[in-house]
Design a protein around this ligand. Structure first.
Ligand code: ATP
Length: 309
């Protein structure tokens, strides 16, 4: 399949501060592509370069074969864009804003627009200034989807959405993909990207550290399981288990905090030998994963050698 986004050695500096350095990747037409990185990694900078809201210091980027800077007007016809933050007229209602965007697009399918509003449970009757951040995100998502663009570029689309709206959003993304259209979405949450994307680029401190299939995220994925027992348990038994990377004993050995990679089966079976009071599990932030498991400045270089396209 042909590439719909082609980025080559793109570099943007903010004065002497880094934005992004030498970023290169390709997104194929028809795929859902994730752009994953912790806060401040350079996701928004890359997206703003693609949308010609910033000009690169060096490197090139094309969308559908068009240069993102010189041919940005043509590109805007093909793209639905959700910015990281939406600044809109505070006195307009959600409905008025969507009508306005619809006119800018030369008219949109009203039935599809109504459907999107209903699916995201969005109330279009309120003024923009009264919307919560989640509702502002919904306006942004709806305006990006409503003209059925060939390419959707979405900057952290689900931040601020509640879990039910997130699930609906995932279904909307899958429908776009099934329709043969392309979605490029940024996120700082590994599991979110894992659920929607086929391929992923990981950016850290302005540089790409990896581009590959979503299955490859397995080796960087970690989760923390905290188990509280009725009485102290032998910590050493848990350290040996398959998938366990670290064990920390708390509350005089009654609580264990385990860092697990891969399946939790061995941990659950070992825990079940003792009276368990509670189990919780959570995903560490991407920054935590990088800091704790990928320490050292050589990481980017080492991982870049594994780049696959
Ligand atoms: N207008 C600006 N002036 C100076 N530095 C900037 C500007 N915009 C971004 N930066 C810097 O560029 C780097 C990349 O920021 P960017 O917003 O692209 O990251 P991000 O991955 O989108 O993070 P976030 O999820 O926090 O938005 C950061 O170090 C940031 O401080």
């Amino acid at each position: 399949m042909a590439a719909i986004i082609e980025v080559n050695n793109l570099t943007k500096r903010y004065g002497n501060k880094r934005g992004i350095t030498d970023v290169s990747f390709q997104v194929e037409e028809g795929e859902v592509f994730g752009f994953l990185g912790p806060n401040g990694a350079g996701k928004t900078t890359t997206i703003r370069l693609l949308m010609a809201l910033l000009r690169a210091n060096s490197g090139t980027a094309c969308i559908a074969g068009l240069d993102v800077w010189r041919e940005s007007v043509e590109i805007k016809r093909l793209v639905g864009y959700l910015p990281g933050e939406l600044a809109l007229d505070p006195n307009l209602t959600g409905g008025q804003i969507l009508t306005y965007f619809g006119h800018l697009r030369g008219g949109v399918d009203q039935a599809y627009l109504k459907q999107l509003i209903a699916r995201l449970e969005f109330d279009p009757s309120r003024k923009f200034r009264h919307y919560s951040s989640g509702n502002k995100r919904k306006i942004g998502i709806i305006q990006a989807f409503m003209h059925r663009p060939r390419l959707l570029i979405l900057d952290e689309p689900t931040s601020g959405l509640d879990p039910l709206n997130q699930q609906e959003f995932e279904r909307m993304v899958k429908e776009v993909r099934d329709d043969g259209r392309t979605v490029f979405l940024s996120s700082h949450i590994l599991t979110e990207v894992e659920q929607t994307c086929k391929r992923v680029a990981i950016i850290r401190e302005g540089q790409l550290v990896r581009v590959g299939s979503v299955e490859e995220l397995k080796d960087i994925k970690r989760y923390e399981v905290t188990i509280t027992f009725a009485s102290a348990v032998p910590v050493e038994d848990f350290k040996q288990l398959d998938g366990v990377e670290q064990v920390e004993a708390l509350a005089a050995g009654r609580t264990l905090r385990l860092t697990v990679q891969g399946q939790a089966d061995a941990v659950i079976k070992a825990a079940a030998r003792y009276p368990v009071i509670s189990v919780t599990s959570h995903e560490p932030s991407l920054e935590d994963i990088f800091m704790r498991y990928y320490e050292g400045d050589n990481t980017a270089t080492r991982e870049a050698s594994h780049v696959v396209h």
